[in-house]
Design a protein around this ligand. Structure first.
Ligand code: SF4
Length: 253
């Protein structure tokens, strides 16, 4: 097979943020989630955010982070299409954990008016809908931060099977403190700390997003099998690194 010798000889460009991510990932690969959050907080201080959906498993990461600092800004994507139970849970859980900086991120009126005036874009183009309701608002909010915490775990499968504990994306560091934890670890933590469950978990929803794109799952199915059911789509797009030239509705990146 022909190969491009010139390409092989090109030196790899490692940005400072990528080098930092690689170093921290090596150091924290087997660390307890709380240790990972402490390391992220030590690195970024008030430039560290936590992104939470206040979904089925969110209480664990939020509780862990609150032990490190209840002032860590928590970014919550209120897409306008969430279940009422999620909005209630966001309020009650934040109060219960003493979180002082939960910020509700919403799509702009302009983006909704232009791209989704009837609130039915999800029927024809879920990627575009997620873009204006999740990706653009989050990208704008994250501009103020150097690093962020996510709740992703490897046991969710798909692209998450190879999830690093610390990774670099678009010049920022993403910390995944729960990457190594399985369902049993999460359940044990919930019991140990008596954390309240999202009310829809008892109705068969192990992963919860917007109401049009979330379905209950059968016993034994993957945790995220009910998300965008019947479509190839498995992620909303907030965890996809974007090339500088990538098209962007709303001009938010
Ligand atoms: S999950 Fe569905 S309703 Fe929510 S932003 Fe994405 S496509 Fe729209």
């Amino acid at each position: 097979m022909a190969f491009d010798r010139q390409q092989l000889d090109q030196p790899q460009i490692v940005t400072p943020s990528a080098a930092l991510a690689a170093r921290l990932d090596a150091e924290l690969r087997s660390a307890h989630p709380r240790t990972i959050i402490e390391a992220a907080y030590a690195e970024y201080g008030d430039r560290l955010a936590l992104v939470s959906s206040f979904g089925a498993e969110s209480a664990v990461l939020l509780h862990l982070a609150a032990q490190v600092s209840p002032d860590i800004p928590v970014l919550f994507l209120d897409t306008g299409m969430l279940f009422g139970q999620t909005l209630d849970y966001r309020k009650s859980l934040a109060a219960r954990l003493g979180l002082t900086e939960v910020r509700d991120l919403r799509p702009t009126f302009a983006d909704i008016a232009v791209h989704d005036p009837k609130s039915d874009l999800w029927k024809s183009d879920t990627d575009a809908c997620c873009n204006i309701r999740k990706v653009v608002p989050l990208d704008k909010a994250l501009k103020s931060f150097g690093g962020w915490l996510t709740g992703r775990k490897r046991f969710h499968g798909g692209d998450r099977l190879r999830l690093a504990v610390v990774e670099e994306a678009d010049g920022q560091l993403k910390f995944n403190p729960l990457a190594n934890w399985g369902k049993e670890d999460l359940d044990a933590y919930v019991v140990e700390h008596d954390l309240p469950a999202h009310p829809l978990v008892a109705q068969g929803f192990p992963s919860i997003g917007c109401w049009p794109c979330t379905a209950p799952v059968e016993e034994g199915q993957d945790v995220r099998a009910g998300r965008w059911k019947g479509q190839d789509k498995t992620e909303c797009g907030i965890h996809v690194a974007r090339a500088p030239s990538a098209p962007n509705v709303g001009g938010g990146i």
